[in-house]
Design a protein around this ligand. Sequence first.
Ligand SMILES: [Zn+2]
Length: 639
Amino acid sequence: MSWPFGSAALMVATSFLAGLAPPPDLKPSEWAEQSVQIPVGNAIPGLISFDNAPYQRGPLDMTADPSCHRITLKWGAQVGKTQLALCAQGFKIVHDPVSQLMMQPSEGDLQTWLTTKFNPLVEANPDLETRIATPRARKGVNNTRMKSYPGGFIMFAWSGSPKTQRGRSAPFIVCDETDGYDRTAEGHPVGLLWERANTFDDQRKLVEISTPTIRGISWIDHAYEQGDQRQFHVACPHCDTVQTIEWSNVKWDKNAEGEHMPESAYYECRANGCVWSDTDRYFAIRNAERLGHGWKAKKPFRGHASYHLNGLYSCFVKLKMIVQSFLDKKAAGDLQTFVNVTLAEAWEEEAETLEVEQLIARAEPFPSKVPMEVGVQTCGVDMQEDRLELERVGWGLGEESWSLDHQVFWGDPLKPEVWNQLFDYLDQTFDHESGAQMRIASACVDTGGSGGLTQAAYEQLRGKQRRNIFAIKGGKGWDNPIASAPKKSKSGKRARPVTLFTIGVNDAKLIVMRRAKQDTPGQGYCHWPVDRDPEWFHQLTAERLVTRFVRGFPIREWKKTRDRNEALDCRVYAYAALKILNPNILMRLRRLKPDGDHVAEDETAAGEPPEEAKPKARKTRRGKTRRTRPRGSGRISNR
Ligand SMILES: [Zn+2]
């Protein structure tokens, strides 16, 4: 192949092709600092330097590391993600010429990137300019879809256009602003590109870059979690304590009128409260790697390096500007933008609420017996001053659930009568559609309360763990397991201890809420009986998740929207009872086959395999995932 270059350029190209490549151990960051000119019109034109953004070196050099196939940058604004990607692309063109693909969210984004980033960079750098074909060249390509250089092409695509994606593949792929991409029926564009790059085997490398969006939806947030999770560590310039720079340590004052004073903003050292000026912060960042800190991964590296960096790491932005931006966004009711763009954190969706009418509309007639798909029954019990409330839940594969019963046992929990009613209920067996008798496999009973209720619950529940009736209390905070390992606890001086499980109620409620919203049967779906009191549905929807800001730091919490919420609590406890027991539902369902042997339902958690069998999923022709039912339980629910 010959290339339409001027003679000097041709010489460069020929010498390269002749194998006179620069030393192979030249790192992309070294190459960039030696030869990449930042185009005029930028803040600091001239040769590129990473001294003010030292965190760019690590990921940039990773783009030439053969042990790494995926690089994720969950980065905030103004820390130079675009520049990093450009340097990686330039290095490939000059020193490792393979084909590349560059993806942007839209055609407009791609045009902007070409005109304001890529083309000016090429024009300012003869090294690149001489290699890239000219627009009207006889050989080679240079248009808005691709540009060629000796050894390959850089192709352009945007997520809204299947045409620009179809059939295009390259071993080196950069996807910019991935969280702005439109998902299609086939999947997320990044995932699809990556699959197509399969043909390049272990030569393929993906660089994905974005500020995140909403947790659970954000591509980059998920990708970061899948990688080795690196954060940039710096030393406090005053006490040398190594730490990451976090928004929760940004402080500022209010004046006598209670107005925020962003100009008073400072950074407080996490360890000793040392006060950092902007200069201190810049110093800490610039010197991090020299002092042996910098990027540190949370998880072992397995070919996927993921980096998180918030806007507080910018050595070009003063802290007071960031605080001002926070206050502005907050006033405008747009904190999500601040959290996503500046903090580079995924936003926790605020509106976790349920509409009663929708739930009631989905209620269905239940058979008198426990439905065929139910492999195990659990109960959740909530204690109030004058009663115990219970929900009995049937669980199938994928934690699909059936609300089988709701009971209120009236009486004073300080006295044994109401407890005896509860224990009698829990000792019953129920008719299963298979013909078997099914016991309640486990139950969780809340022990929270005042005026001696907690102690009374402990007295009643002591020793009941043998029967899988567990005493529980609600745990604080987030990201906790649904059920933690139990601890011995006692209430009162001479009381004997009871085994107490702590329940991650915040996380559990979120799961319950999200599942209750689901409107197609299958994994996680909740079936409600049509004859359930409407008040019960109101209780189930009695809380919503809100995000409150305490000194600028978002705190998520559940807020009651009405007084009574026992139905929600009972469901959370019934779910916890399932999690503590951790039964193998698939195996139980097989035993419940109408022609199978009916095995007693009194196995304990200890006798079960440690992992619940996951429902097998298979692709249907439309590409959706569908559950396969175990043989013998193919009943179509009578909705
Ligand atoms: Zn300090």
